[in-house]
Design a protein around this ligand. Structure first.
Ligand SMILES: NC(=O)c1ccc[n+]([C@@H]2O[C@H](COP(=O)([O-])OP(=O)(O)OC[C@H]3O[C@@H](n4cnc5c(N)ncnc54)[C@H](O)[C@@H]3O)[C@@H](O)[C@H]2O)c1
Ligand SMILES: O=c1ccn([C@@H]2O[C@H](COP(=O)(O)OP(=O)(O)O[C@H]3O[C@H](CO)[C@@H](O)[C@H](O)[C@H]3O)[C@@H](O)[C@H]2O)c(=O)[nH]1
Length: 486
């Protein structure tokens, strides 16, 4: 199948490379010329394990191509993915300007060939119908040039109210030059489908090939059939040890959009829940890790996403929970549970500073070393990383902050890192520190020589803010160890 993917970020590039691996002809489009030029030379704009090999493989086979020209991208494509960013605005609403620009451009390029336009970006509930309208607007603009109108290119958009009211708006029937007969009416052939993405950064390729489910929201049987054919190589795989097929979930557009937000909101709430339990554990003498293991064995609860720590960050949970709260507010509903989820998360970062204050008393003039900067391991993504608020907080209190991160240290990434000295190795980091804080649970932090590090520090204090290290071994290495929830 011929596929275009618009936006070559974490989602678009992974989607494009994986679909090419499955045998589809994929053309990835991005309006950032530097990104596309790099990709054409095999240079990746992001760090994601395994992605470089897939891109190399796709480029070599010719199944994966890159362009800045959206027209070339969608010309022969039957399926067009929209995978551009939807970052949060200060209000909490997602910024839809990139989706809007792409939808309009797609509309401008549509011809008589039927296409499935797939929204993979995370967009608010109801956006599918909105994207359809924008595409039609774009198509109308092109139709002005395409159809020779006696009235200087004036084109009428033929529309009527949705008779059943189910779609809640206007249904466009076609585009026609003003004063032309209804036979000359031209309607671009397309359906908009919502196909939310559930990949996690750091394991994006594994997640794409082994999804827990594939969700497709659409009212069009034709579009659903094409999506099924597209994903057939994944759907026909057996899932994990159970051998069950990957669940294929077909819903209406709005429900698919809501599934994405609800999934992220639930996971974020699960983490905030265990962090709340951790805070109660600290006061009562229980150990949150043992508690998580104990409750996680209950199949109704599950152990995943019960790791207490610094709280959640990244490019998705913060903006998606904020967007859902905002959507609820738009409809006159106050999402109190979700607000509490966010509040607990914010406080969790603050608590870490309090722990340092309790241990070191005055932070002014103290040197704090951060192990890890990215919002989670195996990614270079720094969007809404807990480390950033920690750095700002400590800086305000007059502490000197240093950090070492396996990816960030060796890269040119310095955005948001004005108030931290990024060290190139762990020994330089530990030198003269009053405390080390493990912020991101990178694998390599498991096997550091902590007794050597303790010897380099001014005070051998380590706060394991992800509860991922062996406390006993650390104590034997001469460290004073603190953690979260014990
Ligand atoms: N990052 C994740 O783990 C993840 C997972 C699931 C869903 N999502 C959602 O997927 C969407 C994309 O996220 P991301 O992290 O990949 O974003 P990103 O910022 O990494 O990538 C977006 C890309 O779109 C490009 N772009 C913007 N405007 C364009 C235009 N007009 N034409 C062509 N390209 C354009 C940008 O240059 C950029 O390369 C978001 O809605 C996000 O919420 C992200
Ligand atoms: O038990 C846990 C699990 C995660 N986290 C934190 O939660 C955040 C998010 O982690 P994770 O979900 O693994 O990473 P993301 O790549 O942000 O993936 C989430 O966000 C994506 C974008 O929407 C979705 O596609 C994924 O399904 C969803 O897991 C990170 O800061 C983690 O440190 C915890 O604190 N404790």
């Amino acid at each position: 199948m011929r596929v275009a993917v618009i936006g070559t970020g974490y989602v678009g590039l992974v989607t494009g490379a994986c679909l090419a691996h499955l045998g589809h002809h994929v053309i990835c489009v991005d309006n950032n010329p530097a990104k596309i030029e790099g990709l054409q030379r095999g240079r990746l704009p992001i760090y994601e394990p395994g992605l470089e090999d897939l891109v190399r493989e796709g480029s070599a086979s010719g199944l994966l191509q890159f362009t800045t020209d959206l027209r070339t991208g969608i010309q022969n494509s039957q399926v067009v993915f929209i995978a551009v960013g939807t970052p949060a605005l200060p209000s909490g609403d997602p910024d839809l300007r990139y989706v809007e620009a792409v939808a309009r451009e797609i509309g401008q390029q549509l011809d008589e060939q039927y296409r499935v336009i797939v929204n993979k970006s995370t967009v608010p509930i109801g956006s599918g119908d909105w994207v359809r309208m924008i595409i039609l607007d774009g198509a109308a603009e092109t139709a002005k040039q395409r159809l020779s109108s006696p009235e200087e290119g004036k084109v009428e958009v033929l529309s009527e109210r949705d008779p059943d009211g189910e779609l809640g708006g206007v249904v466009t029937q076609g585009l026609r030059p003003a004063s032309a007969s209804s036979e000359s009416c031209w309607m671009p052939q397309f359906d908009v489908v919502s196909n939310p993405e559930f990949l996690r950064e750091g394991s994006a390729i594994h997640d794409t090939f082994n999804p827990d489910r594939i969700v497709v929201g659409s009212e069009s049987p034709r579009a659903i059939q094409i999506m099924r054919e597209l994903y057939e190589p994944i759907l026909s795989r057996q899932k994990g040890l159970s051998g069950d097929p990957v669940p294929w979930v077909v819903t209406d557009l709005a429900s698919a959009e809501m599934i994405k937000y609800a999934a992220n909101a639930f996971l974020a709430t699960k983490i905030s829940f265990i962090n709340e339990i951790a805070n109660i554990c600290e006061r009562t003498g229980a150990d949150v890790t043992q508690v998580a293991d104990g409750i996680g064995l209950d199949k109704r609860i599950g152990r995943a996403f019960l790791n207490a720590g610094l709280g959640w960050g990244g490019s998705c949970f913060p903006k998606d929970v904020a967007a859902l709260i905002q959507t609820a507010a738009d409809y006159g509903y106050e999402a109190r549970l979700l607000r509490a989820t966010v509040e607990v998360n914010q406080q969790q970062r603050q608590r870490l500073v309090e722990k340092l204050q309790q241990a070191l008393k005055v932070l002014k003039g103290k040197t704090i070393g951060l192990l890890g900067l990215t919002f989670k391991p195996n990614t270079d993504d720094m969007r809404d990383a807990p480390s950033l608020s920690l750095i700002e907080h400590l800086h305000k209190l007059g502490a000197k902050v240093k950090a070492y991160d396996p990816i960030v240290s060796g890269s040119g990434i310095r955005e948001g890192l004005a108030h931290v000295v990024v060290e190139t190795d762990v020994l330089r980091l530990a030198q003269d520190c009053d405390a080390l804080v493990l912020v991101t649970e990178w694998q390599e932090f498991q096997s550091l020589d902590y007794s050597h590090l303790a010897g380099l520090m001014r005070r051998p204090l380590l706060i394991d803010a992800r509860n991922c290290l062996d406390r006993q071994a650390l104590r034997q290495a001469g460290m004073t160890v603190l953690g979260i929830g014990w």
